[in-house]
Design a protein around this ligand. Structure first.
Ligand code: UGA
Length: 437
């Protein structure tokens, strides 16, 4: 099939590359000329394992190209994905200006029947507006344009695997033509047994928000439990292992720590809450999830302050600045948020991250960036483990102790072995587990 993809950010680019791998001819378009130029020269604008190879394969096979000219991406497309940004407005509501603009573009340039696919995460009800925009802006009255919702479930850092081997494909459509178009697009995945859940459009839109809200709820539940475990002398890791052994609960997203980051959970919770109130339902639980998340980062800050007393004239190493391993994304990163709080309190903060250092420095200019974890640790009075990259998990703690001024570890991700800490004489402060003082 000929496919257009509007918006070549994280989701858009993974969509382009995976559809090309499924055998379609894909044209990705973006209004950011610099980004398109960089993609054309083979450079991705962000770090995503495996994506470089997948996009290159698509380009070499002649199935993937990029253009700034939306007409070229749309005129002969049977399906166009809208994967533009939906940032939060001050009220928390998703800003859908770019989605509307993409719909106008499709309406003006489509030359034949075309299914317009919502890939960006949008609030329930968006399809209704999209349909009306397509109707109003259509260049040719006879052209059949139809809206389909096909939310993504891509995790940053694992997006390629998630796109090529998804747990499920979710499609909300209003006609057999819409469903059939999506079955053709995802034919190789259906052939390998991936289930396609077919619903009405409102259900698909709402299900995406429900998934992210529930995953965030699990993380916040684990973090609330860890506050309780600290007070009771229990170990949150064992508690969530027990919970996760029950298949009705599942072990995923129950790791306590500094809290969740990234744009998706934070933005989607705000948008979901706002949508709920617009629909006349007070979904108060959603606000509690965000509150518990802020509390998790604050708890880690208090652990550092308690361990070091005054923070002025103290050097603190923050290991991990990306919001999670496998990405250079620092949006709402709890590690970076903690680094800012420590700087604000007067500490010197040396940050290390294998991929996200440049983005972190741009966000928090006062942060000192270290080329290796050991450089960050030199002279430090405390180290915070904030992102569980392998290089940080596998740190040589004997060397770390020799480099540090005080042997104090705040383990914001519960990935350091407490026995090693005890053996080496560290003060060890994990999240929701017994501390070694
Ligand atoms: C999330 C969802 O997992 C995807 O399914 C969804 O498609 C995506 O949002 C989206 O809407 O685009 P992502 O934000 O990439 O994906 O990251 P997750 O792996 O879900 O992690 C989010 C945050 O939660 C990270 O900061 C991570 O460190 C934290 N987390 C995760 C925990 O603190 N504990 C856990 O047990 C799991």
């Amino acid at each position: 099939m000929n496919v257009g993809v509007i918006g070549t950010g994280h989701v858009g680019l993974v969509t382009c590359a995976s559809l090309a791998a499924f055998g379609h001819r894909v044209v990705g378009t973006d209004q950011d000329a610099e980004k398109i130029a960089s993609l054309r020269s083979g450079r991705l604008p962000f770090h995503e394992p495996g994506l470089n190879g997948l996009t290159r394969d698509g380009v070499v096979a002649g199935r993937l190209s990029y253009t700034c000219d939306p007409e070229a991406a749309i005129e002969s497309a049977e399906a166009v994905f809208i994967s533009v940004g939906t940032p939060p407005r001050a009220s928390g509501e998703a800003n859908l200006v770019a989605v509307e603009s993409a719909a106008r573009t499709v309406a003006r340039h489509a030359r034949g029947p075309c299914v317009v696919i919502e890939k960006s995460t949008v609030p329930t009800g968006t399809a209704r507006h999209l349909r009306r925009t397509l109707e109003r802006e259509r260049a040719d009255r006879a052209t059949r344009l139809e809206v389909v919702s096909n939310p993504e479930f891509l995790r940053e850092g694992k997006a390629v695997g998630d796109a090529l081997r998804p747990d499920r494909i979710l499609v909300g459509a209003e006609s057999e033509w819409g469903f059939e178009t999506m079955r053709r697009l995802y034919a190789p995945l259906l052939a390998q047994g991936t289930p396609m859940i077919e619903t009405n459009i409102a259900t698909a839109e709402l299900a995406k928000h429900a998934c992210n809200a529930f995953l965030a709820l699990k993380v916040s539940f684990a973090n609330a439990l860890s506050r309780l475990c600290e007070r009771a002398g229990a170990d949150v890791v064992s508690v969530v292992d027990v919970m996760g052994a029950d298949p009705r609960i599942g072990r995923g997203h129950l790791d306590a720590g500094l809290g969740y980051g990234g744009s998706c959970f934070t933005k989607d919770l705000l948008a979901f809450d706002r949508l709920s109130s617009l629909l006349g339902y007070d979904f108060a639980l959603l606000r509690e999830i965000g509150k518990l998340n802020r509390e998790a980062t604050l708890t880690a800050f208090e652990k550092v302050r308690e361990a070091l007393w005054n923070l002025e004239d103290k050097r603190i190493a923050v290991l991990g600045l990306a919001f999670k391993p496998g990405t250079d994304d620092v949006r709402f990163s709890p590690g970076l948020e903690l680094a800012s709080m420590l700087l604000e309190a007067g500490a010197e903060v040396a940050g290390y991250d294998p991929e996200a250092a440049t983005n972190a420095k741009a966000e928090v200019p006062d942060l000192l960036i270290s080329p290796s974890p050991y450089d960050a640790l030199a002279g430090a009075h405390c180290v915070v483990v904030s992102t569980e990259w392998d290089v940080i998990r596998n740190l040589d703690w004997a060397t770390a102790r020799d480099l540090m001024s005080y042997p104090v570890v705040v383990d914001g991700r519960n990935v350091v072995d407490p026995c090693v800490m005890a053996e080496l004489g560290f003060a060890y402060l994990p999240m929701g587990r017994p501390a070694i003082l």
